[in-house]
Design a protein around this ligand. Structure first.
Ligand code: ATP
Length: 510
């Protein structure tokens, strides 16, 4: 899918009440969006899927809900005041602003695409005899291109490590990177820009009243490490999970809900014994990719991407990337954060943040493994892989959102075949029976075919039709969104039938 694909998703999301531009009657606010009546349901379901997998299914993981405002020293200790910057650069001709690191990454992606083309071509030529690993290791052209990528990565890392922004600019110039709008390579110097939003607390003005909107939820977990460990009598290894809003003054916020200035994160910090980080890093990589794949959005749509330039706190890090309409992009980060955060908070707060290990009788600062996923990006991943146009056997077309059943905003629609003969009353009885367990809609307007189409377009897995026979046989016809097969189900068995298909539990039974 292309940018065109993204446009289709944006307009479908708006038309059906998933996502609206923020304060649209005032022409919107850039990089802020509102979730509508169906979007908020889908978002809640994604949260529930994550919370169940992390908190409910793990005896040693608990959840918290920390405040967005935190003591400002938190952000000194975490490094955000001094180092939560993005390098920005402007094109003097188009006056467009870019992230310098993104320009370089996109240049690398173009070289990677060329390598991929070479591989695909060779695979076609050699057919069954093709050995991709060997080809990548020996083909001179691929090796030259890979060397080019390694060289760019090394130069970029060295420049950033040395805080040498002039070298970043030289790299952009040497690579011949031009502005996609003006086509020119007439760049300003590279500058650092801090991404935290600042505001003032109460009536105090000046520096003493400054507070920040949190740029990540993780620090709310670190500062509560001891509170949770002691009050919950937690033993290492254990985790603390949290879902909440985060704010970043992104330099460029484009691509719909992929990069916003106000967004939501689902983060989990797993506290472990120093020295076991590699084992837990691999454990969480595997657990998280399994969580994603269980949704059935297509295994080929995920890949791991190892970080070249590690953040100041990390000793290993990777992203789970998803094949969004704009290509493979970061969906979730998995970071081995060492004892960096807790040590920093010890130093800045003068409080001990240790763990007393009853087995070894030692006291130490735990290491931390983090999994961090953007809820809005997950929402976009679901939406973009779900939306499709289908031509049916009879030649007619339908727009269907093949959202995984368990995540669908509306699980079932109850439809009386016609608006009289006691069918609406019977349908409302069926509705009441399901309502307590699932989000269910009632619809009696228009012909049944049109009602099916409306439900397909919002991703409702089941349409339950009440017809004249229902009054005698106490059964209903259930149509499956994906197969479009219809089945006659007794009303007495309906709750169990619906449950079996749409409950969250089905995602954990793979
Ligand atoms: P990127 O490189 O795309 O800016 P990041 O590496 O800064 O992301 P992290 O700090 O690791 O992101 O944040 C964890 C997760 O939070 C990301 O994987 C992403 O899903 C989500 N996220 C980060 N920034 C945004 C944003 N501006 N809008 C929406 N989601 C975001």
């Amino acid at each position: 899918m292309s940018d065109d694909g993204l446009k289709k998703i944006i307009s479908h999301a708006k038309e059906y009440g998933f996502v609206f531009p923020s304060s649209e009657i005032y022409d919107g606010l850039s990089a802020a969006y509102d979730y509508g009546q169906l979007g908020s349901e889908l978002k809640n379901n994604i949260k529930q899927y994550w919370w169940t997998a992390m908190v409910r299914m793990n005896e040693n993981i608990v959840g918290i809900d920390a405040a967005i405002f935190m003591h400002p020293t938190t952000w000194k200790a975490s490094g955000h005041v001094d180092a939560f910057n993005d390098p920005l650069i402007d094109n003097k001709d188009s006056k467009k602003r870019y992230r310098a690191d993104v320009l370089i990454e996109e240049h690398i992606a173009k070289i990677e695409a060329k390598i991929q083309k070479d591989v695909t071509k060779a695979a076609k030529r050699f057919e069954d005899a093709f050995d991709e690993a060997q080809f990548r290791d020996t083909n001179p052209q691929v090796l030259r291109r890979q060397g080019e990528i390694d060289d760019i990565n090394a130069r970029f890392k060295a420049a950033m490590d040395a805080d040498d922004l002039a070298a970043v600019k030289t790299l952009i110039e040497d690579l011949g990177i031009t502005c996609p709008v003006s086509g020119s390579g007439n760049w300003t110097d590279v500058r650092q820009f801090n991404l935290m939003f600042k505001t003032e607390l109460g009536a105090v003005s000046g520096d003493s009243g400054v507070v920040y909107l949190r740029p990540e939820t993780a620090q709310g977990i670190f500062v509560n490490y001891l509170n949770v460990q002691k009050s919950g009598r937690m033993k290492l290894p254990f985790g603390i999970a949290q879902i909440g809003k985060a704010f970043r003054n992104e330099i460029i916020a484009r691509q719909f809900i992929f990069r916003m200035r106000e967004f939501e994160q689902m983060e989990m910090q797993f506290f472990i014994k120093p020295g076991t980080q590699e084992e837990w890093y691999n454990h969480w990589k595997e657990a998280r990719i399994k969580w994603h794949k269980a949704l059935g959005l297509g295994e080929e749509n995920y890949r791991f991407h190892d970080h070249v330039k590690l953040a100041h706190y990390a000793d290993a890090a990777c992203d789970i990337e998803f094949n969004f309409p704009m290509g493979f992009k970061e969906l979730e980060g998995i970071h081995s954060r060492t004892d960096f955060d807790l040590k920093q908070h010890e130093e800045f707060s003068n409080k001990k943040l240790r763990y007393f290990d009853p087995e070894t009788q030692e006291s130490y600062v735990p290491y931390v493994l983090e999994t961090s996923i953007g809820l809005d990006r997950m929402f976009l991943a679901v939406l973009s892989s779900a939306l499709r146009e289908e031509t049916l056997e009879d030649g007619s077309e339908r727009t269907v959102m093949a959202i995984p059943f368990a995540l669908a905003p509306v699980k079932a629609a109850v439809l009386p075949l016609i608006k009289k003969d006691g069918l609406p009353e019977k349908a409302r009885e069926v509705l009441a029976q399901l309502q307590l367990h699932h989000n269910v809609q009632y619809d009696e307007k228009d012909a049944i075919g049109r009602r099916y189409r409306r439900q397909d377009a919002i991703g409702t897995p089941l349409c339950i039709t009440v017809d004249h026979d229902t009054l005698n046989d106490h059964a209903v016809t259930v149509r499956n969104r994906d197969t479009m097969q219809q089945e006659r189900i007794a009303i007495a068995d309906l709750n169990a039938y619906v449950d079996g298909l749409v409950s969250m539990a089905s995602l954990f039974q793979a």
